[in-house]
Design a protein around this ligand. Structure first.
Ligand SMILES: Cc1cc2nc3c(=O)[nH]c(=O)nc-3n(C[C@H](O)[C@H](O)[C@H](O)COP(=O)(O)OP(=O)(O)OC[C@H]3O[C@@H](n4cnc5c(N)ncnc54)[C@H](O)[C@@H]3O)c2cc1C
Length: 349
């Protein structure tokens, strides 16, 4: 049931199953549709909602709901996208946090402002993109980031943060960190500004993209071609959440020291690993999981995707508890065999 009090749109007993890409069952006692900065302040000033703990929800594609949230759910629906500046070295584009990320990527390309094509088809909203510094095919959000606006969920104050303040790292940012200086759960991002560099340069060098270049003979793909390749590669590899519930990669690729990497290669010479500029190595988490025999296995209705062991899926009617049980079993077996602790990428709630 939806009610509007003092211009706030509030749903009571809101079913969250369709609002998370895993399709997990959960009910929010209160869900507020946040369409502006002013809506956040209205929530904070609200007699009942103001003091309650809050959970910010975008497209629900990086969440595992293991319970009905105790928090008031703030569903981000701030819309709008526009070019705010054109400089000799870049186009600066601003988008509301509730805009769909993939549609923004497609729209910038249509407008003639390329630069985001490697991040095509990543599910979710624009506002969540900085939270885990989304990345794919050799590009991260941080590479195209200009600044963002966020509203404090404590004071209602609006702040503008640059990349330094966001402290981006691999699938990480200040918005994922709790404790001193961390902003996890403390603010709601309302608008994001992206810097699309001129002249456009393709980001190549990723194995799947190089394979396409070899197959097609196109050594200098344009932005539209790269966009189409990325979409095709992703569709072939990853399950569509509309068909099979999932949250994309379930674990981060672990980063280890050169010494640890040598030790692991000693245990299994075939391990997939990439050298990082700082001398450490990134290991393919999907490979580690597959090596432990998990591909296609399931616990209850939670399973490991047949085509990509890094993706856990809802085989139909799974609960969040089943997904977490499966994730823990995988973590234990990878630790037992390789001595590596896999860290989940989505928020486990
Ligand atoms: C099939 C599939 C493929 C994927 N592929 C990739 C990939 O290639 N690369 C990648 O990086 N990720 C990938 N993901 C993960 C996911 O798409 C991204 O993390 C995405 O940015 C999540 O967006 P969302 O709006 O769904 O966030 P949600 O799941 O709603 O929220 C995620 C987190 O961000 C917080 N949050 C959301 N919006 C805001 C806001 N406006 N202000 C403050 N906090 C907020 C939430 O509280 C939560 O902690 C994939 C997921 C799926 C299902």
């Amino acid at each position: 049931m939806s009610t509007a009090t003092s211009a706030l749109a509030i749903d009571r007993a809101a079913n969250l199953r369709a609002l998370n890409s895993f399709g997990l069952p959960a009910v929010a006692h209160t869900l507020v549709h946040v369409r502006s900065d002013a809506d956040v302040r209205r929530v904070l000033d609200h007699a009942e909602l103001g003091r309650a703990p809050k959970l910010v929800l975008g497209g629900g594609s990086n969440l595992v709901l293991t319970r009905d949230p105790d928090e008031v759910v703030l569903r981000v629906e701030v819309l709008g996208k526009r070019l705010i500046a054109e400089r000799p070295e870049a186009w600066i584009v601003e988008a509301g946090a509730g805009e769909n990320w993939h549609e923004l990527v497609a729209w910038t390309l249509e407008q003639g402002w390329p630069g985001l094509e490697n991040l095509a088809l990543i599910p979710g909203t624009v506002g969540a993109a900085p939270v885990q510094n989304i990345g794919a095919y050799g590009l991260e959000m941080a590479d195209r980031f200009e600044s963002l606006d966020a509203v404090s969920l404590v004071t209602g104050r609006v702040v503008t943060l640059d990349a330094r303040a966001c402290a981006f790292a691999y699938r990480d940012s200040v918005f994922k960190r709790s404790g001193y200086g961390g902003l996890a759960g403390k603010c709601l991002i309302t608008r994001v500004r992206l810097r699309l560099p001129k002249p456009w340069q393709p980001v190549l060098g990723y194995l799947d993209i190089e394979r396409r270049m070899a197959e097609t003979g196109q050594r200098t793909p344009d932005a539209r071609t790269l966009f189409d390749w990325v979409c095709a590669i992703r569709r072939a590899k990853l399950p569509d959440p509309a068909q099979i519930g999932n949250a994309g990669s379930f674990f981060k690729n672990p980063v280890v020291s050169a010494e640890q990497c040598r030790d692991i290669i000693g245990r299994d010479p075939h391990i997939v690993h990439y050298a990082l500029p700082d001398g450490r190595f990134k290991l393919a988490a999907g490979w580690l999981i597959e090596a432990c025999g998990w591909r296609g296995k399931r616990i209850g209705q939670a399973g490991v995707y047949e085509r990509q062991a890094l993706v856990l899926v809802n085989c139909g009617g799974a609960t969040g508890a089943e997904v977490v049980t499966l994730a823990r079993a995988i973590q234990e077996s990878v630790y037992g065999r390789f001595g590596i602790r896999l860290e989940p990428e989505p928020l486990l709630l």
